[in-house]
Ligand binder design. Structure first.
Ligand code: GLU
Ligand code: ZN
Length: 479
């Protein structure tokens, strides 16, 4: 038997982290067992489904690298198939037409509540023989009245439901459109699903779906209901808790591996290992080891993981993702230093790619002004002379390499009997506009000779302008 799993989102919003974790677990299960993983858009709710949402889900899946072997399938393209199955169930006596009106159903419901009974459809039309004038019927499933449904669940073990607890659910509405429980069963059957991994908010649907499978003469798939992800307040994770869409993590500068790693650890562990490559996940992950209790989303831990991944990943891989962020800042990385070198210079410290992209801007684009406090502190009159001297030495440098530039800097501080920082910091502010950057020699190498010299000249000019203007109280600080 080839394992086949699926991710079946309803395209009514973005891909959120809970959905992404379900997708990841399903994907890992298929990959681990050499099986197939399919993507299915459950878009039958035409009001709430949208093309934008479909695209957002596809974008999220692609970014995470959760590639699917088949699909995306769209339920809206399968209506005739659902109709066919409804007819089949009607013909085999597993379904029937229900002519109860909304008003009648509501009245009965109110009575049940008044009698302190669980409100449910009372099965009134189960044996009805004749249609009712002027009422378009719905199609209901004839759920068995007795016995129990056993669900094989990889996370929870065997779960038992009593048929007496299940009422006759609607398979097709009065306008003929199929309902969720029907479409899922038809698709899971037609698409050959062997394992259905999904959120445990669907657990109550599973006995109903299982019964439909049996009515169709099929064995239901094996299930794995994974617990919800909660916010720190133990409420279901939602927008209130901050970023929850996968794409917002991309935009905030996370690496997809870091998010996958974080998600796999939500409800699953392997000893006390925290960092898992995707290959390790495939090898070690087992749905049977997933926790039964809900997990709490912890953004700090995700950020920590992201930093680990930025530190340890191949520079070329980071460069690939970083260039997307630079593009968002309007920067074309081909118009400046080698992006891989820019990554290498910053890998140790960056927590996110947004931070790294922001700090990379001066390597590619001239800046408009200095950070005010840094300029006030470091671009002082006393440093003009050594800075000018340093600039002239740089101009004569044999080659523009970090080690050479470092030597020149050392020789200059020696000559003026300065501490290294006393010249390196002003230099940094002069060439980067801010007091933070990779080691100064590496920074200079990346910026390049021409740009470095021009920026030092500009800083020197700014300093003399400032000297003359500090005499007047209105003199402004930034260039
Ligand atoms: N479309 C359903 C949802 O988004 C999932 C259905 C399923 O996994 O069976 O919640
Ligand atoms: Zn009825």
């Amino acid at each position: 038997m080839t394992v086949c799993t699926r991710f079946a989102p309803s395209p009514t919003g973005y891909l959120h982290v809970g959905g992404a974790r379900t997708a990841l677990f399903s994907w890992l299960y298929a990959r681990k067992h050499g099986g197939r993983f399919i993507l299915r858009m459950e878009d039958t709710d035409r009001e709430r489904s949208s093309v934008e949402s479909v695209n957002a889900i596809l974008e999220g899946m692609t970014w995470l690298g959760l590639e699917y072997d088949e699909g995306p399938f769209y339920q809206t393209e399968r209506f005739s198939r659902y109709r066919e199955i409804v007819e089949q169930l009607l013909a085999s006596g597993h379904a029937y037409l229900c002519y109860c009106t909304r008003e009648e159903l509501e009245a009965r419901r109110a009575e049940q509540i008044a009698r302190k009974e669980k409100p449910r459809y009372d099965g009134r039309c189960r044996e009805r023989q004749s249609p009712r004038e002027g009422v378009s019927p719905v199609v209901r499933f004839k759920n068995p009245l007795e016995g129990q449904v056993l669900i094989r669940d990889l996370v929870r073990g065997t779960v038992v439901f009593q048929n007496s607890e299940l009422d006759d659910l609607i398979l097709a509405r009065a306008d003929g459109t199929p309902t969720y429980n029907l479409t899922v069963v038809v698709d899971d059957m037609d698409m050959g699903m062997t394992h259905v991994i999904r959120g445990d908010d669907h657990l109550n649907n599973t006995p109903r779906q299982s019964n439909i499978f049996y009515a169709l003469g099929k064995e239901p798939p094996v299930y794995g209901h994974v617990p919800m992800i909660l916010g720190p307040d133990r409420q279901r994770l939602s927008k209130r808790h901050g970023a929850v869409s996968v794409i917002s993590y991309r935009e905030a500068g996370y690496l997809p591996e870091a998010l996958l790693n974080y998600l796999v650890r939500l409800g699953w562990s392997h000893g006390d290992q925290e960092v898992f490559s995707v290959d390790e996940m495939i090898k070690l992950f087992d749905i049977a080891d997933v926790n039964q209790s809900a997990s709490i989303f912890n953004p700090e831990k995700l950020l920590w993981l992201n930093q680990q991944y930025i530190k340890k990943s191949e520079p070329a891989h980071i460069a690939h993702h970083l260039s997307w962020h630079l593009g968002r800042l309007g920067i074309d990385p081909s118009e400046g230093p080698d992006l891989i070198a820019v990554v290498q210079a910053q890998q140790e410290r960056a927590k996110t790619l947004v931070e790294m992209a922001h700090n990379s801007v001066p390597f590619y684009r001239d800046f408009d002004g200095y950070e005010e406090t840094a300029a006030r502190k470091h671009l002082k009159a006393s440093v003009r002379e050594p800075l000018q001297d340093l600039r002239d030495r740089f101009e004569k440098a044999q080659c523009w390499e970090a080690s050479t530039l470092h030597e020149i800097l050392l020789a200059t501080v020696e000559r003026y009997e300065l501490k290294l920082g006393k010249l390196a910091q002003p230099l940094r502010v002069a060439v980067m506009g801010r007091p933070i950057s990779p080691p100064i020699d590496v920074t200079l190498e990346l910026i390049g000779r021409e740009r470095t010299l021009a920026r030092i000249d500009q800083a020197l000019a700014w300093m003399s302008h400032r000297e003359t203007s500090t005499a007047t109280p209105s003199g402004h600080e930034t260039a």
